[in-house]
Write a protein that binds this ligand. Structure first.
Ligand SMILES: [Zn+2]
Length: 608
């Protein structure tokens, strides 16, 4: 029995031994495979670890006006760059840093420019961006560039490095529309790069809204580094560079000549002006004053300059043309007139008596300056801007008809123009009154609405759309700012067509009453907009003066809208000045200046 047990033990031991030998053989085989058969693969991996990927930004697309005038472009910025792999010193890093410092001091002497680099900047570069060129002087001038050319052949390890920098060749012209660029922050998921070159991103305006298109597509460069991290030139590897694709060029509908004239006409007073082509909704000029110089934001704005812009009481960064909501005052009267005529409650021949005031309950609503205009019809009421006439008109057709017409013309809603921070303004209705004041719509609210006062607010851009509709017979266009795009390598121009939002199909007869009234505003002796009249040019317009702030402060927003020429209009204009005596006296002369230059024979533009 004992022998049998012993025998079984031996068999078990033998089996265990055989298993161990098998396992050992398997391990040996695996080791052989890893070390010999896959060794090549490991070697490749090791090599891959010494390859660095550098992100190459695409050249930013240009922005042009409708005639191909440059509004935003790129200029070459020359930098003096140090290539560290050529200046490396054996031993500690400190020796290389000293060598670079010496080189910078020497060049500073010879070129006559003070050093821009500090020791800690050199050290930081070595730590984080060793294979990339170290920019010792950025954006050097032509004189320094010429001096450098003489030294170049005797200065190994130093060379000129050129980068593209955004430039706005016309300074502050159209600044709110164009916006500006600043240093981009690259999200970590934008590709697995080891190094990033400085890159620009749009921070406001067209530059921001169309940033992705303008930036194009980044490329990638491969470079080899040695065990110490210095760049090791490898021509074969560097051939694999994926070139970046340049961004698209954007063509705006703006006409830089009209834009410049519009800005000049507005002057320094806080305000805004929009000039549209009433035949297609093209925005020919859109300006807000005061402005800023977008070149000051490139590559980044100094904190003192930024504080100055943000702290300025006149808010130069605010785009009043789309983000300024103002009561339209009497420039709203043509809307009320069209509402009343289309509603059928009145005709152009309907007369109302103005004795300088109208009493509603125990509230007295005055005509402008308390003047009595007598018994007048619509055309004269528009020309003289009689408030009492419009109180009656508003009450006759009702606030729903007025609101309906205003909404059909796009008031109370954003136009959808391709500019950031557009506001919708406010077209108050019964529900809004209830939410704000806890009571419904009153006759007094209708009276206020009839002369563009009360809670109603509009933007200058919205008023340009309204003026376009008055000029073209009731077609509401979405203001078109982008004419089209062109990719860098393509000849093809991708056009953005004009967009009709609404066709109100106004009757020619009814509209002509309003249009004749608007013509009289400018052209007749009793018109409120005579100050805007331009010798030899027949055009139509409307003044507006809206009170704001506390009653005793007597502060006014001044408005004028206009379209010109009266027959076959080419321009629809809305202009607002924030601190005005009145629309006619403050804005009138500015509008006159703009139209005089737009139609001056010297420009070859005109019927004028
Ligand atoms: Zn009156």
């Amino acid at each position: 029995m004992a022998i049998r047990v012993f025998h079984d033990e031996i068999i078990r031991l033998r089996i265990a031994f055989a298993l161990m030998v098998g396992a050992l053989a398997f391990i040996c085989m695996m080791l052989w495979r890893i070390q010999v058969a896959r060794g090549h693969e490991f070697q490749q991996n090791l090599e891959r670890q010494s390859i660095r990927r550098v992100r190459l930004p695409g050249l930013r697309g240009h922005i042009y006006d409708r005639n191909g005038e440059q509004l935003a472009a790129n200029r070459p910025s020359h930098c003096i760059a140090i290539y560290l792999e050529e200046l490396r010193q054996p031993g500690t890093w400190a020796k290389t840093v000293e060598r670079i410092e010496g080189m910078v001091a020497d060049l500073s002497d010879k070129l006559g420019i003070p050093p821009q680099l500090t020791r800690s900047e050199i050290e930081a570069h070595i730590k984080r961006r060793l294979p990339l060129p170290l920019l010792a002087w950025k954006d050097i001038d032509q004189q320094t560039l010429a001096k450098w050319a003489e030294l170049a052949s005797n200065t190994p390890g130093v060379d000129i490095y050129t980068e593209a920098v955004r430039i706005y060749p016309r300074g502050s012209t159209a600044c709110h529309t164009l916006g500006y660029v600043g240093r981009a922050t690259i999200a970590p998921d934008e590709g697995s790069y080891h190094y990033y070159l400085p890159e620009m991103a749009g921070k406001s305006g067209i530059e921001r809204r169309f940033d992705a298109l303008l930036r194009g597509e980044a490329g990638g460069q491969l470079m080899r580094v040695d065990v110490t991290g210095y760049r090791h030139h490898d021509a074969e590897l560097e051939k694999l560079t994926r070139e970046p694709r340049a961004g698209d060029d954007i063509w705006l509908t703006l006409d830089v000549k009209v834009q410049t004239l519009a800005e000049e006409a507005l002057g320094d007073d806080p305000g805004a002006v929009v000039v549209m082509d009433p035949n297609n909704g093209d925005v020919l000029a859109i300006a807000s004053t005061p402005g800023f110089n977008p070149n000051e934001f490139v590559p980044y704005i100094s904190s003192s300059k930024w504080r100055q812009l943000v702290g300025d009481a006149n808010k130069p960064l605010l785009n009043r043309a789309v983000a300024g909501a103002y009561p339209p005052g009497s420039t709203f009267k043509p809307v009320v007139a069209m509402a009343a005529l289309e509603n059928g409650k009145v005709s152009g021949n309907t007369h109302y008596e103005c004795n300088g005031r109208m009493t509603l309950g125990n509230v007295v609503f005055r005509c402008a300056h308390g003047r009595a205009h007598g018994n007048i019809a619509m055309r004269e009421a528009i020309a003289r801007s009689c408030n009492v006439y419009f109180y009656h008109l508003g009450l006759a057709c009702g606030h729903d008809a007025v609101s309906h017409m205003a909404a059909a013309l796009g008031l109370g809603e954003k136009t959808g123009i391709d500019i950031d921070y557009e506001v919708p303004g406010l077209l108050p209705d019964e529900g809004w009154m209830r939410r704000m004041y806890g009571h419904g719509w009153s006759a007094g609210d209708t009276v206020n609405l009839s002369i563009g006062q009360g809670a109603l607010t509009v933007t200058p851009l919205q008023m340009a759309v309204v003026t376009s509709a008055l000029a073209n017979g009731g077609i509401v266009y979405k203001p078109r700012l982008i004419m089209g795009l062109k990719a860098a390598e393509e000849e093809k121009f991708r056009a953005f067509p004009p967009q009709k939002v609404n066709d109100l199909k106004w009757s020619v007869e009814r509209l002509s009453t309003v249009r004749n009234g608007l013509k009289d505003v400018i052209m007749s002796d009793h018109g409120t907009g005579r100050a805007a009249a331009v010798p030899g040019l027949v055009f139509a317009g409307k003044t507006g003066t809206a009170e704001y702030g506390r009653k005793d402060e007597r502060k006014y927003r001044g408005w004028m809208i206009a379209y010109a020429p009266f027959e076959k209009p080419q321009y629809a204009i809305a202009m607002v000045v924030e601190n005005a005596d009145s629309g006619g006296s403050t804005v009138g002369p500015k509008l006159k200046k703009l139209l005089t230059q737009l139609f001056s024979p010297a420009e070859g533009k005109g019927e004028g």
